[in-house]
Design a protein around this ligand. Structure first.
Ligand code: HXC
Length: 518
């Protein structure tokens, strides 16, 4: 063969690979309102940056007639490229080839880029759209999944891993995304479940639709499996780019600084008035967040799950941070099982990737009741406590209003190695609220009083209790609060703190690993 013929052969093969499972199948994707696997890759990465691996791979199966049916790529597009000039590794499942189902060769392709990503220290992004294990390959595809799971586990805390679900993701296949740091689902066409509706009906008798069992909204609102829900794939892909802008490439890097045009000493007078006079009246903590962050920007994670706690990324003077804030607007900002799990995972992610944690506290305590106790609030609350206590990144805690009981300790308290603990003058830091405390402490003293006397006495005692404890100064007296600050100056104090703490070094004792209360 001449060199020209050789090159022609290569170009033809490339051409064939670009056709995926054929025009008809690619068109089907569009008809469903989906992008093809390749279109997703091109949209996500910087233009012209994609370098594909293993385009010429195909399966080795000889059963069920597969020996006669081969497609280049074998149903998954893998490689690396850049996002905003930074390297990422990517795999994109191609539903047009055997429904994007996973074969032995396909799994090897994914493992190859994951291994490289770990060596290079770059994030892995998985775009999922697959019918699961390739049925014709039997246990080899199960082994392929397990090979990927193992790499997800080894990569956890080493490099960021992001999963987008743009189609089916069912059976054991869900566990690869579940092992990654962030899951994003598109409203249409995506679902995740361990067991689908048909088997569910056979085994349990429950009649349920695909969407109700594992659609994007279910995982965003009910299960907390998904961190982001998007209207369509394009929005999802842009969101992945945005999310990465807050993250370092790996656990040894700091998150990327960006130019900041928002003045560091911008005063927000409205913050001085945001806390209602009556402590039982709610306000939206997201208003506080938007007022203090650079350009009023905040990328919220799990927005509609456990809304009593708010988590997400923002910047202060160009420095990425993770924000955790109790939300008085929802269940009074109480800590419950779901809120504890949500925030604990977020805190641990930030700590793994050197992202400072800013905590805004307004928490009346843990949610009481048998539902919570039977559900294991003891263990789940301990997760959040553990996460804060283990975190060695810069930690700045601002108490806005209530900080009561065990929840006070949990929410980034001084004793959990927070670096800076500030409080607004409206802060109430105490063992419990005034009404509850007075009821317990004064019970014996009101026994013989008339109802009127009792009311007057309790009101007086509550006032006394509030004067003594429902303020930041008792905690400040012991150094548990470093300073009481004017609310409108919060942005400046956080930025100053972050600048000072930029060189902070702290470690945990050497051990194989901790034993997080799971
Ligand atoms: C081989 C598959 C496949 C699979 C789909 N296809 N899933 N081929 N193995 N797992 C093929 C179909 O035969 C079809 O081929 C093409 O992909 C498109 O599939 P359709 O059914 O026509 O598409 P659609 O109607 O959109 O339905 C998509 C689907 C459905 C819901 C994903 O295909 C489906 O239910 N697939 C089976 C899902 C499944 O049970 N997977 C195994 C799960 S267990 P043709 O040639 O006709 O176009 C599992 C274990 C993992 O994954 C364990 C890890 C530990």
């Amino acid at each position: 063969m001449t060199i020209e013929e050789n090159i022609q052969g290569l170009l033809e093969r490339r051409e064939e690979a670009l056709k995926g499972g054929g025009e008809k199948k690619l068109e089907m994707q569009h008809k469903k309102g989906k992008f093809t696997a390749r279109e997703r890759v091109y949209l996500l990465l910087d233009e012209g940056s994609f370098e594909e691996y293993d385009m010429f791979v195909s399966h080795r199966s000889t059963d069920f007639g597969l020996e006669k049916e081969h497609y280049l790529t074998d149903g998954v597009i893998t490689g690396h490229g850049t996002i905003d000039g930074r390297v990422v590794y990517i795999f994109s499942q191609d539903f047009s080839i055997f429904g994007g189902s996973l074969s032995e060769s396909y799994a090897k392709k994914i493992c190859k880029i994951m291994d490289q990503a770990m060596k290079v220290g770059a994030p892995v992004i998985g775009l999922n759209d697959s019918g699961g294990a390739r049925i014709q390959e039997g246990v080899k595809s199960l082994a392929g999944y397990a090979d990927i799971f193992q790499r997800n586990i080894l990569a956890s805390g080493l490099i960021p891993q992001i999963s987008a679900i743009f189609g089916p993701c069912a059976g054991g296949a869900v566990y690869s995304p579940a092992l990654t740091d962030f899951i994003l689902m598109s409203k249409e066409n995506s679902y995740m479940f361990v067991t689908g509706p048909k088997v569910t009906k056979t085994v349990t008798g429950e009649d349920i639709t695909t969407d109700d069992l594992g659609g994007a909204e279910v995982h965003e609102r009910k299960s907390g499996v998904s961190h982001f829900i998007v209207e369509d794939e394009e929005e999802g892909i842009m969101l992945i780019r945005k999310l990465l802008s807050f993250l370092p490439q790996n656990n040894l890097e700091d998150p990327p600084l960006v130019e900041c045009s928002d003045p560091i000493s911008r005063m927000e007078d409205a913050l001085n008035e945001i806390i209602p006079d009556d402590a039982s009246i709610p306000y939206d903590v997201k208003d506080v967040i938007f007022m203090i962050t650079d350009n009023n920007e905040f990328l919220e994670t799990q927005e509609n799950y456990a809304k009593n706690i708010v988590t997400g990324f923002a910047r202060f003077n160009g420095m990425p941070v993770g924000i955790v804030a109790n939300q008085p607007n929802y269940l009074a900002g109480v800590l419950d099982i779901n809120a504890s799990r949500k925030a604990a995972r977020f805190v641990r992610f930030c700590d793994a990737f050197n992202i400072p944690i800013i905590t805004l506290v307004d928490v009346p305590g843990f949610l009481p009741g048998s539902g919570q106790e039977y559900g294991g609030i003891i263990l789940h609350g301990a997760k959040l406590l553990f996460a804060y206590g283990e975190a060695t990144v810069p930690k700045i805690t601002i108490t806005l209003r209530k900080s009561y009981g065990g929840a006070h300790d949990v929410m980034g308290s001084k004793q959990l190695r927070a670096d800076l603990n500030y409080a607004w003058p409206s802060a109430e830091i105490a063992v419990m609220g005034a009404a509850g405390a007075v009821e317990i402490l004064e019970g014996k003293n009101v026994k013989n009083m008339t109802a009127k006397e009792k009311d007057e006495y309790l009101v007086r005692k509550e006032k006394e209790y509030k004067m003594k404890f429902a303020n930041p100064y008792d905690a400040a007296r012991y150094g548990f609060i470093d300073d009481v600050i004017e609310p409108r100056n919060t942005r400046f104090r956080i930025i100053r703190g972050l600048q000072t703490l930029a060189t902070k070094k702290d470690t945990n004792p050497l051990k194989k690993h901790s034993n997080l209360p799971l």
